[in-house]
Design a protein around this ligand. Sequence first.
Ligand SMILES: O=C(O)C(=O)C[C@]1(C(=O)O)C=C[C@@H](O)C=C1
Length: 425
Amino acid sequence: MALKVCPGHKMMGSCVFGGEGWSMKSSSSTTQKVLVRRSHGVGKELCVRAAASSSSWPASDAFLQKVTQNGAASGKEDGASGSLTRVQEKENLAMQASGNGTSAMEVSTSHMVSLHLPKPLSITDLALPPRETSDLRVAYQGVPGAYSEAAAAKAYPRCEAVPCEQFEAAFSAVELWLVDRAVLPVENSLGGSIHRNYDLLLRHRLHIVGEVQLAVHHCLMGMPGVKVEELQRVVSHPQALAQCEQTLTKLGVTREAVDDTAGAAQFIAAHNLRDVGAVASARAAEIYGLEILMDGIQDDLDNVTRFLMLAREPLIPRTDRKFKTSIVFTLEEGPGVLFKALSVFALRELNLTKIESRPQRKRPLRVVDDSNNGTAKYFDYLFYIDFEASMADVRAQNALGHLQEFATFLRVLGSYPMDVSPMRA
Ligand SMILES: O=C(O)C(=O)C[C@]1(C(=O)O)C=C[C@@H](O)C=C1
């Protein structure tokens, strides 16, 4: 199962891990709910609340405490379990400070205090080598076999890829320290931009720390022994369906959108659906035991999806390799304002690699009163721009300084190395 965001709780993640995990239990004698650690087996549940929202939790949720432990005893400092300990330390302090901690006292405060206080750093901790990418936990949307999983492996070859049900869950998993990075698709050469992720980039406070481009090679697959002519329906991610528009139209099948390509393959296999096909990767066919009926069915052989890597901290920008910088800004209404905004890059010979505009969801319309011509209502936009330079480059700094003179809002989403590796699936 994948990470998912629990409805109704801001900044809350509930997830199930394949490895070690936590599960929630209710004590029969009291109303206490506790998180208990389980070390092996399937279906381990983990509920985490961010310290920021602890004061507004429902009373029963305030009982949530981790009482078995301690975190160090599990031997795992990094990754989900170590991070959980940190989140809950904050949580405990916040609860005690806000007076919500009364119920937590029922879970033996003295025991908790000794277990939740951070361990002071020693000289040996400081001598530890820097973390290797093999330690990294990387969230992606979908299930194993999804293209996003392949993008995570391309970005961080020895990482542990963590499946998430929604994009939102991948963002939250990084924010809550359950994982170290998220990898998200932002645009495809056939289907265009994945708007949802542009909106989420703005809503969350994560930083873009890298990009990868992945050649996306789609297969049509079905249950073993099924023939293409027997398919009535084809299910897949909407982007994948759009990328195979021509083939699917020729087949004359009904299309149905699901959350991810590999999830479509998994669904067919789980329900033994013999009249349904999936558009997904060859790896998904292998994982879920489906047969490839058609190979390379995307409309264009050079079908490429660009993914971004997100982290809690920004990268320190450098100038010794090719960098890109992504920004988002808003402008006043008026003739030529976008032209003026773009000129700050042109004047400094900065190459733009992407421009995207998105409506401002919170304030979609701008009302302009002109006494001569009446009242006009304009759509208000956010502009997302990528340009080829590092924020360590003085031209980039000057361009953004210049843009800031007339932009009504400006945020740097990240300055990161460009993907210059050869394309591979
Ligand atoms: O469904 C998947 O396998 C994904 O990784 C998502 C996704 C997307 O959102 O664009 C990624 C790459 C392909 O373009 C098709 C689908």
